[in-house]
Design a protein around this ligand. Structure first.
Ligand code: FE2
Length: 363
């Protein structure tokens, strides 16, 4: 199903690019098209140097009927929906390909077959319309679009999604990764548990993840393993233990307490690492982003933690926090203004492209 977001559905970004990116020339009129295809979402967005900055964000997410994401099936989905998503993103922005100054694409990190669909389309558009091609790191896109929407100048970032769990902060021209998951990502933990326990699909009911929903009826959390190693988290033991407990659970109340235990431990571990990142860097804000940032429960925990440190907390609206083309367009715009482009014959996809490998010239 195609999701269409417009400047009015997304709300006005709180950040002022002239303040957030003082090294770039905001007097120029530039439009960049961005393509996202790193995992289960194919998205296209248009970004502008002029308000409202994000002119459109259109996406279509692959939802397998059974099991998790199969990379090749997701890639097939992306190739099928691409023409419609692209046409809709241009239509909503009120522009044509000829108006675009550059084509940006997320070259990684992500699933190889999925990344190649977006890269192939971006290369084709750049070559056919004679536009520069701009490489974008997907994790940095989550961070920068989060800064744009929240206006947080220099936050510690907790990026949590189906494929990533990461605490990062800016230091010496790069987003440094302070902590990450050693195995399963937070979103993947919740989804895999929900699926194997028979709670999903659908994964989201009335705006809540089904694990959060199931936890609502619990009085006490089940006792499950909590693993934080240094600044890293590990969720695979938690997943195994929760599923084993679920098999032996007899009552609804017991099942609810497993959901609550799983949720509290998983969110607690992520918040703990973010808190240590905040204490260590002495920054004054926390940015929560990625698909799991849609959870009101995780947002509340981050808000409470930040307030202990007299820090601000913020998160972009859910369609911007999860994977989308607008965030790729936004960092494509920053890169383009900083004169970062790539030759088509060098535009390989990079499945394990870490954000700390990328020099950030606009801060
Ligand atoms: Fe993502």
């Amino acid at each position: 199903m195609v999701n269409v977001d417009t400047p009015s559905s997304l709300g006005r970004p709180r950040g002022n690019p002239r303040v957030l990116y003082p090294l770039l020339d905001w007097d120029r009129e530039v439009l960049v098209l961005g393509i996202e295809s790193t995992a289960h979402t194919f998205g296209v967005g248009v970004a502008s140097t002029k308000p409202p900055y994000i002119l459109s964000s259109v996406r279509d997410t692959y939802r397998p009927e059974k099991g998790g994401i199969h990379p090749r099936e997701a890639a097939g989905h992306h190739a099928r929906v691409a023409p419609e998503v692209l046409a809709e993103a241009l239509r909503v922005a009120g522009i044509s390909m000829n108006d675009v100054d550059a084509v940006a694409v997320a070259l990684g990190p992500g699933l190889g077959p999925c990344l190649r669909v977006g890269a192939t389309i971006a290369r084709g558009l750049a070559a056919y319309y004679g536009k520069p091609l701009v490489p974008v790191n997907h994790a940095i896109a989550h961070i920068e679009v989060g800064r744009l929407y929240t206006g947080l100048q220099d936050p510690v970032i907790l990026y949590v999604s189906g494929g990533n769990t990461m605490v990062a902060a800016f230091a010496k021209k790069r987003y440094r990764v302070f902590g990450e998951t050693l195995d399963v990502a937070l979103g993947n933990l919740l989804d895999t548990f929900a699926r194997d326990a028979g709670l999903a699909p659908p994964y989201i009911v009335e705006g809540l993840h089904v694990v959060d929903k199931c936890a609502e009826e619990a009085t006490e959390p089940a006792d499950l393993p909590y693993v934080v190693k240094g600044m890293d988290v590990s969720f695979s033991g938690l997943l195994t233990a929760a599923l084993r407990a679920w098999q032996h659970a007899r009552s609804k109340a017991e099942k609810a307490s497993i959901c609550l235990g799983l949720r509290e431990i998983a969110y607690g571990a992520a918040v703990e690492v973010a808190e240590r990142g905040l204490a260590h860097t002495k920054k004054n804000a926390v940015l929560l982003t990625g698909g799991v940032a849609a959870s009101p429960i995780l947002r509340e925990k981050i808000g409470i933690m930040a307030s202990y440190h007299s820090a601000n907390a913020g998160w972009p609206p859910p369609p911007i926090a999860g994977d989308n083309g607008a965030m790729i367009a936004w960092v494509g715009l920053l890169n383009y203004l900083a004169e970062i482009t790539i030759n088509i014959d060098e535009s390989f996809v990079r499945q394990r492209w870490r954000p700390d490998e990328v020099e950030v010239p606009w801060r």
